[in-house]
Ligand binder design. Sequence first.
Ligand code: NAP
Length: 288
Amino acid sequence: MRVVVLGSEGQLGSEVAEACASRGHELHPFDRELDIVDGRAVREALLPLCPDLVFNCAAFTDVDEAERRPLESARVNFLGAQNVALACREMDCSLVFISTDYVFDGRAGRPYNEFDEPHPVNFYGRSKLAAERSISSLLQRHYIIRTQWLFGKRGRGNFVRTITRKAREGDVLRVVADEYGSPTCASDLAQALLLLAETGQFGIYHLTNQGECSRLELAREILEIMGLDEERAQPILYEELGLPCERPPYAPLDNFCLRLLGLPPLRHYREPLREYVEWLLEDPRRLY
Ligand SMILES: NC(=O)c1ccc[n+]([C@@H]2O[C@H](COP(=O)([O-])OP(=O)(O)OC[C@H]3O[C@@H](n4cnc5c(N)ncnc54)[C@H](OP(=O)(O)O)[C@@H]3O)[C@@H](O)[C@H]2O)c1
């Protein structure tokens, strides 16, 4: 297949690009050099390539900044997503768009599946939901993938890397105890995305590693992997952080539609978490 990956330097996009290349697909990666906010540039770059499949992993991912700078974040997360969908429609190719657990409010008291009604509580979630709706009305051949709590080798920082670094530097860790989700390994997700994109079963999917935990429990698991005292991570409540963005308190994603298709579930998060923390510690430069 001829595959375009947008956001190819990011945490997920870099893994998707690697997975595509290792499966022998013809890969066309783009990151900042193709600003997805510029619809004309998107058309001009993609149309001559005639791709079979486009992965849109490019996004404005700082959720607190999205609250402070809604226009700027929506340009990428909504307008950019729409530009890519329009180009895909013109090229008659399939699109994989990455969305988020933040389309839910986290108040259901159980994991969310794909049949649950979204109800975002922050601007990032609202703009991603608007993009989901726009894509599904513009383009039939879409896979909308909701995921959460990514950790990967490249891209901007992530929670696991931050906790590992702070623990290694000897900091006392104050970690949110009232936010729950499923940590998800970017390379596991990339493999699952490729499998799913081969099915032709277009639609919305929740894709995360199995298992769920609070941020505090995750930090303590990282300390345990590092051979450090788990009690070094002490609980705080989310509201004590005083951050601008409200977050869903309990939003693990049930990968219901993946089971429906009979596709293999992703591993329990503990397995890739251990591999990742050990990889980080092998070379401390990876922590920064
Ligand atoms: N990280 C998570 O925990 C998480 C959770 C749920 C959903 N998601 C979604 O998963 C997807 C991948 O996230 P990620 O963690 O891989 O993000 P990431 O590491 O920040 O990667 C996003 C990439 O897109 C680039 N980009 C930003 N604006 C762009 C633009 N206008 N045009 C072209 N490229 C642009 C970024 O460049 P710069 O670095 O220079 O900005 C970066 O290389 C996103 O859609 C995100 O919303 C992520």
